[in-house]
Design a protein around this ligand. Structure first.
Ligand code: SAM
Length: 265
């Protein structure tokens, strides 16, 4: 996968040299380049911003450096190759695990990190004439710039690229993969500061461990993210799932459709 990130603070992206992504880059699984937007300016002060038309507070990123940066991006690809441009912005569509999966199979992604009050809107129109463009928000809050948002997205996407995580099984039951949060996890020692671990995890009984983990996922999700419970596909819940949720009092078990697995054969 090829990734290009444009920013006026390239150093902000230096964590991408570390850990999983750093290793994936060394191994050639990810070809990541960070570009300084100011390299596409031509004045002595390497200006990238100006005052907003219509007045108001703050500055807006001028279109010219972005126009040159996008042209440079397009010219740098193989003939016919087109990147998917992601523009971080609090007014974008919400970034999710499902979106990370969709993006992880794309061959080439680029990120345009805004600062100040954002990028002149004409840059988005110009980019859309050349490549697929998505304005993406990492959450309902306002960051100072798109770099942290790009870091979030690159990390979430890159770990889904085959080979980046050694054991692909560890991706399966994670939070947000199937509408539930992950179960609590424990490691050695078995007793720490008087606190033990649930007996079932030492039982060696795989089916019971799996059931305990499923119960904990349901409970944790109901407690911390009731909105996710509301979005569950009820047809995916077995009898025990329904009991757990009914016990928590969050769902009226009578409203669930019949559990197909409960039908006697
Ligand atoms: N005035 C803009 C608005 O209200 O939509 C906010 C601009 S913000 C101060 C500067 C930059 O930070 C944005 O251009 C974007 O790159 C980034 N940013 C801020 N919040 C973000 C979020 N929740 N998700 C993604 N990017 C964000």
């Amino acid at each position: 996968m090829r990734l290009d990130i444009f920013s006026i603070f390239p150093e902000y992206l230096s964590p991408l040299d570390l850990s999983l992504i750093g290793k994936a880059r060394q191994e050639g699984l990810i070809d990541l380049s960070v570009h300084d937007l100011r390299d596409f300016t031509h004045d002595r002060h390497r200006t990238v911003d100006d005052t907003p038309y219509g007045g108001g507070a703050g500055m807006v990123m001028r279109p010219e450096p972005w126009g040159e940066a996008l042209a440079h991006l397009m010219a740098s690809g193989e003939p016919g190759a087109v990147p998917h441009l992601l523009i971080p912005g609090p007014g974008g569509v919400r970034f999710t695990q499902a979106m990370a999966h969709e993006l992880a199979v794309e061959p080439w992604l680029a990120f345009a990190c805004g600062r100040y009050e954002g990028i002149d809107e004409r840059v988005i129109e110009e980019a859309e004439a050349m490549m697929p463009v998505t304005v993406v928000s990492v959450g309902d809050y306002v960051l100072g710039g798109g770099e942290v948002a790009a870091l979030v997205m690159v990390e979430a996407i890159a770990r889904l690229v085959p080979g980046v995580i050694g054991n692909a099984d560890s991706l399966v039951e994670e939070s947000h993969e199937d509408g539930l949060l992950e179960y609590p996890v424990y490691t050695k020692p078995p007793l720490w500061r008087g606190r033990g671990i649930p007996d079932v995890l030492l039982s060696g009984h795989h089916a019971q461990i799996a059931r305990w983990r499923r119960d904990e996922r349901l409970k944790r999700t109901a407690l911390r993210r009731p909105d996710m419970i509301e979005r569950l596909d009820l047809a995916d819940l077995d009898t025990r799932d329904r009991e757990v949720l009914a016990h928590l009092g969050l769902k009226d078990v009578d409203q669930f459709p019949a559990d197909p697995s409960a039908v006697a054969d």
